[in-house]
Design a protein around this ligand. Sequence first.
Ligand code: PMP
Length: 365
Amino acid sequence: IGLSHVRAIAPYVGGKPISEVVREFGLDEGKIVKLASNENPLGMPESAKKAMAKAAEDLGRYPDSNGFDLKNALAKKLNVPFEWITLGNGSNDILELTARAVAKEGDEVVFSKHAFAVYPLATQAVGGKAIEVPATKDYGHDLPAMLKAITSKTRLVFVANPNNPTGTFLPAKEIETFLEQVPSNVVVVIDEAYNEFLTPEQQYDAIAWVRKYPNVIVSRSFSKAYGLAGLRIGYGVAQNNITDLLNRIRQPFNVNSLAQAAAIAALADVEFLKKCYELNRAGYAQLTAAFEQMGLRYLPSSGNFVLVKVGDDVNAGAKVNLELLKAGVIVRPVGNYGLPEWLRISIGLPEENQAFIEALKKILN
Ligand code: PMP
């Protein structure tokens, strides 16, 4: 039973949960370091915990289906109409809703090789044809090649900036040139799940593209810099023509009350965001200095994670990953992204990064 295009989908494999590693390797839970899911090493902001506790008193009621307070806060912050915002159960929800709204069986969806795993999933789930465009030699999106890959059957393009798992970044100018040339009936998702980790020099205004192009949707997440991964909340920003479609097909209560309350608090918590940004910069410097010292190749990353090459053969990533697990360090193998010699390390607290570095040194020596 089941549709053939659904049977053809390879299920998403996330970072191993700590409990699973405890069971499999008989390790003490307190000693495990998890740097596998690009989570916020600071955890959830206190402000969000408080707001969530208050919202928890009233869980007998349904959430606000229209997300009034959070959408208002976002509309104000981004200076866009309230109607341009769609809340999602994680930003994954926005990616999937967009695919469901614009693509059907046989339609083409364009994205880069080594791009985020949910793009092929969302494409295949609607019976669409995934057009995976070869990456640049630096593992980034090749936007001119992606533009060339667009045909009369293309309905959707996913652009991740920065991309996961490569951490590659596209300067605004390149995206602007791309958007100018994409046919207006092709929707472009600009996935900015890691936007808050960009340096001030890298930052750009994607919302300006939403104002300019009715076929652009920007998606963002509360899972990373805002520390709310477990609550599942993200949002999309697009003009009415797109949000109206998403609103028709989303589940009526796709974002729960706790997540809405926590996100409002997190959005206002400027201090937390700043602390998290600085911690990430310091952790990136710490990890990359160690890679350089060890003579390991890594990809310059604009996210809260780094890809490091741990060997030359196709089993290198899996092998080193297993040894790291035995040492109580959970990172992310990326063989499913066509990068079997590499591991993706989420940037953690200084002591977590150090524990990983020590374990890796032992394994590679
Ligand atoms: N986009 C990218 C590029 C990601 O890496 C992720 C998380 N792994 C997401 C979107 C989805 O994140 P969430 O659903 O937690 O908002």
